[in-house]
Each structure stands twice: as structure tokens, then as C-alpha cells.
Design a protein around this ligand. Structure first.
Ligand code: MLT
Length: 260
């Protein structure tokens, strides 16, 4: 666990490269290691910060969060600890929900925004029921059962065995408390749709063409509502598009960051 000069605990993170800061927010139920390829590539030209959200991965010792706003405030706290005034955020799926919460709560600290395989809309009533069922499943059978249920939607049929194994390894190692907290947090998240029109900053909406959780129509709607966004649809990729099509995904983030 990392602590700052006053002994307060904060997120585990990696910090590579130099220059403008880009911070990556991971999907559910994974951790910052899902960004290893993007980190390696982009740290050649930028400073790349990758936290494990509280309760997940190597931040497992921190109290699990039950609200996405708390995760967003943790990110602001990490920027404070690193003396970073402004950063670009890249959030995939749950990471995108948190990036939007950050944009709402800390707008002055955001330089550019990539929203990948995510949506601005809140859960539907049926979606909320599904979250409660998944919380009960984790309580009854553990995180691995939830992961096996989710895998067909997290990845496309064409995903490689290596990617499948990585997602299994990362997902099944997460703490039940963090996973249940995140399910409740996603269930209760607010509607970010009205915020999109106010985000007058460079933005990229990125989506796998075969994303079964946040399909391309969601991405098109966000692109249309954001004042300065591009849309990048990655052919063949599923929900975890950065893992299935790392080069295409990294290229999309590079194009967002290039003019900064
Ligand atoms: C994720 O990939 O972060 C989750 O599948 C998002 C969600 O369940 O809404």
C-alpha cells in the first residue's frame, strides 16, 4: 500500500514516461494490468499513470467503494499526491463511468477524455435487477462464477486464448468486496447524458464493433452529444477492445493526445 507524506493511504499505481499526463481507468472486474500494452506504447511520448481502483488489484487493501463518485475522488486524490494539476483520462466501461463522474466533479483537472466501450446513460430498471442478482451470485459462489457468466459478453468470439486467459486471471483474482461494491456503484450511478454537452474539450469515443455490453449505438449517441468528439469503431473487437485490438486502440488514444 502506498502512503503520502502524511501517512494517508492512496491507490496503487504505475507511473511511466514523461510529458503530458494520461491516466487510464480500468474496466470491471479487472485492474490496471489490463492497460499494460497501452502503457508500454504511450509512455514513449507521454507520462502514463495507471491506478488499480480502491479494492481492486494491488489496491486490494483499501476499503472497497460503493459509489463511482468515490472512485472519481480517489483519482483526484492520486493526482494531488503526484502534484499533477491536469490529466487526460481514458476510461473503459466502468472506467468510462468513473471518467464521467470525474468530469462532473473535477472539470478543471481534465485535459482530454477518451470514453471507450462505455455509456453515459444509467442502468435501466432491468439492469439494476441484474446487478442485484450478480451481487447475490458473488455472495453465493464467488467472483469466478460471475466472471464465467460475463466472459461471453466481455470478449468477442474471435478473442485469442491469450486474451481470454488474461481476463480470467485478472478477473478471478479480485476481492469479492470490491466486486460487490462496484456492482452496487454501477447500479446506482447517475445519468451522465446531460453532462456530455458541457464537456467542451477534446474527446474520443472508442468502441469495439462487436461490443455486446456497450454496443456502437451507445458510442454514436455519445459522440453526437459531445461538442468536440471523434468516433473510432474498432473492427471485430468486443467489449474489452484494448485487449482484443491493442494497436488500433492505442492508435485512437494517440490521435486524441497528439494535438495537446
Ligand atoms: C465493465 O466492463 O466495466 C462492466 O461490464 C460495465 C458494466 O457492467 O456496466
Amino acid at each position: 500500500m502506498r502512503t503520502d507524506s502524511e501517512g494517508r493511504e492512496h491507490l496503487h499505481y504505475t507511473d511511466d514516461g514523461a510529458g503530458d499526463v494520461v491516466l487510464f481507468l480500468h474496466a470491471f472486474p479487472l485492474d490496471g494490468r489490463m492497460w499494460d500494452v497501452q502503457k508500454r506504447e504511450l509512455a514513449r511520448n507521454a507520462r502514463v499513470v495507471v491506478p488499480d481502483l480502491a479494492g481492486f488489484g494491488r489496491s486490494m487493501g483499501l476499503t472497497a467503494r460503493n459509489s463511482l463518485d468515490e472512485h472519481a475522488d480517489d483519482v483526484a486524490g492520486l493526482l494531488d499526491a503526484l502534484a499533477i494539476e491536469r490529466a487526460s483520462l481514458v476510461g473503459l466501461s466502468m472506467g468510462g463511468y468513473i471518467a464521467l463522474a470525474f468530469a462532473r466533479r473535477h472539470p478543471k483537472r481534465l485535459a482530454a477524455l477518451a470514453l471507450a466501450d462505455t455509456r453515459a446513460a444509467p442502468d435501466t430498471p432491468e439492469g439494476k435487477v441484474g446487478r442485484d442478482q450478480n451481487i447475490a451470485l458473488v455472495e453465493r459462489e464467488g467472483v469466478s462464477s460471475l466472471l464465467e457468466r460475463m466472459l461471453p459478453k466481455l470478449l468477442s468470439n474471435g478473442a485469442s486464448d491469450d486474451v481470454r486467459s488474461l481476463v480470467r486471471a485478472l478477473g478471478s483474482s479480485q476481492s469479492p468486496d470490491a466486486v460487490k461494491g462496484a456492482l452496487a456503484a454501477m447500479r446506482d450511478r447517475s445519468d451522465s447524458t446531460p453532462l456530455l454537452g458541457q464537456l467542451d474539450l477534446p474527446a474520443a469515443v472508442i468502441v469495439g464493433e462487436a461490443d455486446a455490453i456497450c454496443p456502437p449505438d451507445e458510442a454514436r449517441a455519445m459522440k453526437a452529444a459531445l461538442p468536440r468528439a471523434t468516433l473510432e469503431i474498432i473492427p471485430g473487437a468486443g467489449h474489452l477492445a484494448n485487449l482484443e485490438a491493442p494497436a488500433a486502440f492505442t492508435g485512437a488514444v494517440r490521435r486524441l493526445l497528439a494535438p495537446l
